[in-house]
Design a binder for this molecule. Structure first.
Ligand code: OTU
Length: 661
């Protein structure tokens, strides 16, 4: 069959069930995506079929299912698709703000989440990431990351009707619902796993399974471990099957076998079905692990990208209002590929977590040195079109230090020692202000991750005096400020807006006690929320500071994701300084990551960057202080400067007040 004939056949299958008034629009979308979709899927699955005709038959079926999903897509979502197709950069503005929470910890259940909409609106949230709420495995389930049904809600959290209702309520409040889509693995009680256990040959091949340790041992030689303490190894022996099954994470999370085209087709249908339920953003969990290859760490393989690229094509055809967000916790150099490739131009996810930036910002606090952040920034290329970074300070997982190995090994210090020092610092050793804990590391020399709420890591739990409290809050604001200025979509982790503390009670919770990530998954603290209007409480001070930063950010178009960014050279080690926007409307972010007050010669630095001419002063947007020459930065403070053309001599404040009011 010739290519035009193939495309024509596939298009007919796609539109077969759609009303004729949609055909022209859908044909246009299909024509744009079809060449890449076909190319990627053929590269992945073409050889799985004895003849090309078999592959085309499979593609035909895939598009038939896609068409069926489109026929069921509600009118309001189709309208949204259309609006967003006409404004494809809709998610790149400085108005975008995320918020992330566990449904039960935040609000009891899905209906309860609706009651929190006023709080989210006040913060300016435009997208809400609710951690896994689909029906999860009975018993332990990794906080819902072991899904047993992609089209059912976890009964304790509500019903599918509740989800649809919540998604609609959020949408009318201007908030997009983001859901985890755990496409790397399913729970061992998912129907596919149950069928595999009962011997169904088709479903056994939904998973990687081996009769003995020969093949697993070959893979293990180069594989890493995500949970080395509580779930060592990457394979689990399943009695019912008498086989070793690939389980990268917990033994009850079975990795899906994406070499099997049926897996791709079923996962695609599950995603489109959830999109029709009103999910607007999919957080694609563990995307780095989707493809396995001997003699590698089985992360970031080219085929994992092809899977995501094919998924993007299908989303562009069936639900172009939907965003895909890659969760790939990988070194900086591996990150850009998740946003697509430039040469040739192929789109992948719309968003990707910038975990290196996040981890480096914590390292800067521990070392009072911004070297790693600068390196990460230098290694971060410009954003492609229709893509943005997800910038964050904390999330529900540990802060993994290993992503920073390439940057951290550039200094004189041994990389292992350097990162191990950081991990010990955040565990409260070495006289530090932090009160977190090391994650999954029994060996004190090993570097894995750090757990703890931002407030505990920034020093609030250990603070004894009002000044120490203020410093801790400043450190939190410093990191949040960076996440807002870098160029991407910042995310607030539930509780951080009130500087909520660690939850030590997890040790008494059955099923949580062995996974210390629960230390930073507290219940929404209603008392703190209620006291937050008192500015003299820590909760109030944090909320005020964060809200102030967010408000300023919204008024500064230079902070939109696609605006240029460049580092300001010649700064002392503890200072991070970069410019956003163009030459004329430049916004200069300068922050002090140390305990010392720092005095900078502003005009020298900015002259070098080509920004300073005579009769120019700089106004800190955070407190309206005007500077023309010397900038004094108190410990852990930041300024967001914009140009002021001086007409007369303006008064100069020698000491800015920092961002904490
Ligand atoms: C993701 O995370 C989730 O965010 C975790 O909460 C889940 O436990 C896990 O997948 C399994 O679904 O490496 O890129 O180190 O950073 O498990 C995927 C802990 C991941 C997490 C790691 C992770």
């Amino acid at each position: 069959m010739s290519s035009p004939a193939i495309f024509d056949r596939l298009l007919q299958s796609l539109v077969a069930q759609l009303p004729s008034d949609q055909h022209i629009l859908i044909t246009l979308r299909f024509q744009k995506q079809a060449p890449i979709l076909l190319e990627k899927l053929r590269a992945l699955y073409g050889h799985k079929f004895a003849e090309d005709a078999g592959f085309i038959e499979w593609m035909d079926q895939l598009l038939r299912v896609t068409g069926r999903m489109m026929a069921r897509r509600p009118a309001d979502l189709r309208k949204l698709d259309q609006q967003r197709s006409e404004n494809k950069e809709w998610f790149s503005t400085q108005h975008m703000l995320g918020y992330c929470a566990y449904v039960d910890r935040f609000a009891g259940n899905l209906c309860g989440v609706a009651d929190r909409i006023p709080h989210l609106k006040k913060l300016g949230v435009t997208y809400l990431h609710l951690l896994p709420f689909l029906k999860a495995r009975q018993g332990e389930n990794d906080g819902g990351f072991a899904v047993s049904d992609f089209d059912a809600i976890e009964p304790q959290l509500g019903s599918m009707a509740d989800l649809q209702e919540l998604a609609a309520q959020l949408r009318s409040a201007g908030i997009s619902l983001c859901a985890d889509f755990i496409l790397n693995h399913v729970a061992d009680d998912h129907p596919w796993a149950l069928a595999a256990k009962s011997g169904h040959p088709g479903y056994r091949d939904y998973f990687y399974h081996y009769p003995d340790r020969t093949q697993p041992a070959i893979f293990e030689a180069t594989l890493g471990q995500v949970f080395p303490q509580v779930a060592p190894g990457n394979f689990s022996f399943i009695d019912e099957m008498q086989q070793w099954v690939w389980t990268t994470f917990y033994p009850y999370q079975w990795d899906l076998n994406y070499t099997n085209p049926a897996v791709f087709a079923d996962i695609t249908a599950a995603l489109l079905q959830l999109a029709n339920r009103g999910v607007e953003v999919f957080r694609l969990d563990s995307t780095a692990f989707l493809w396995k290859r001997e003699a590698t760490n089985c992360m970031n393989q080219p085929e994992a990208h092809w899977i995501l690229q094919a998924l993007r094509c299908i989303v562009e055809i069936a639900a172009p209002g939907v965003l895909l967000k890659a969760e790939a916790i990988v070194p900086t150099a591996e990150l850009p590929a998740y946003l697509g490739s430039q040469q040739p131009l192929v789109k992948e996810c719309h968003l990707a977590y910038h975990s290196s930036l996040m981890a480096a910002s914590w390292v800067a606090l521990a070392e009072q040195n911004t070297d790693l952040i600068r390196q990460v920034m230098q290694a971060t290329p410009e954003l492609p079109e229709q893509a943005s970074w997800l910038t964050y300070v904390r999330c529900h997982d540990d802060i993994g230090w290993n992503v920073l190995r390439p940057e951290a090994s550039s200094g004189a210090q041994d990389v292992q020692q350097r990162l191990a020092h950081v991990a010990r610092f955040f565990a409260g050793e070495e006289g530090s202000f932090a009160r977190g804990a090391s994650f999954q590391a029994s060996d004190p020399a090993a570097v894995h991750g750090t757990v703890g709420m931002a407030s505990a890591l920034a020093g609030l739990s250990a603070a004894k005096t009002p000044l120490e409290q203020e410093y801790a809050l400043r450190r939190m604001s410093l990191l949040y400020g960076l996440s807002m200025c870098f160029g991407g979509m910042p995310l607030i982790y539930m509780g951080d807006e009130f500087a909520q503390m660690n939850d030590d009670d997890y040790r008494q919770q059955a099923g949580h006690e062995y996974d210390s990530r629960w230390l930073h998954r507290p219940l929404w603290n209603a008392d703190m929320a209620a006291s937050a209007h008192h500015l003299n409480s820590n909760a109030g001070s944090m909320l005020h500071s964060l809200s102030h930063l967010l408000q300023q950010r919204r008024s500064l178009p230079q902070l939109a994701a696609h605006q240029p960014r460049r580092l300001l050279a010649g700064m002392p080690a503890e200072i991070l300084a970069f410019i956003r926007g163009g030459q004329d409307d430049a916004l200069v972010y300068i922050a002090n990551f140390s305990a010392q007050t720092s005095a900078l010669n502003l005009s020298a630095g900015l002259t070098q960057a080509g920004l300073q001419t005579t009769r120019i002063s700089w106004c800190n947007q955070l407190d309206q202080t005007i500077y023309s020459d010397t900038l004094i930065l108190p410990p852990w403070s930041q300024v967001w400067l914009t140009k002021v053309i001086q007409s007369t001599n303006q008064p100069q404040h020698p000491i800015p007040s920092g961002v904490i009011a």
